[in-house]
Design a protein around this ligand. Structure first.
Ligand code: DQA
Length: 139
């Protein structure tokens, strides 16, 4: 099984950025734990701060991978183009968020992407990514 994790803007700063919201761990540290926990799954990782690059990655892997776990960061709330890319590919996408976006500012309550995704997971810290990944194991 091949799973692609995609992180959008500012998520390269995990462990540094707003720690009270996003925690102390870098994504690299978390990713190593995740790979250790699921040795039979090929887990690829991509991060970009650039909207078009996120779309290019979805196009690149979206016809061959089994699943995508995507945290599009703030583009979640704004990007019709990423929503269209998710709708265009064959690989199902789970939208994930580290924080509980519904507890936060109102502009974070709406996702442009959710309707094109298989499901949405929010508010479990970095564990949101594991929960997203596990959903592919059970489907
Ligand atoms: C986030 C929530 C978004 O609203 C925010 O812009 C992010 C991170 C999360 O993981 O909680 O960058 O997607």
């Amino acid at each position: 099984m091949k799973i692609q994790i995609i992180n959008g803007p500012n998520l390269n700063l995990l462990g540094v950025r707003e720690k009270s919201i996003y925690g102390n761990s870098s994504f690299d540290t978390y990713l190593a734990e995740l790979r250790q926990r699921y040795p039979a799954i090929q887990i690829e990782y991509y991060q970009s701060n650039v909207e078009g690059e996120l779309i290019n990655k979805l196009h690149e892997i979206g016809f061959s991978f089994d699943g995508v776990v995507m945290n599009a960061g703030a583009y979640t709330h704004t990007s019709v183009a990423i929503a269209d890319a998710i709708a265009a590919i064959n690989t199902p996408v789970i939208e994930v968020h580290i924080s509980n976006v519904y507890k936060r500012e109102e502009f974070r309550h709406h996702s442009m992407l959710a309707a094109s995704c298989r499901g949405v997971i929010a508010g479990f810290g970095l564990d949101s990514y594991r929960l997203g990944l596990e959903s592919f194991l059970n489907s």
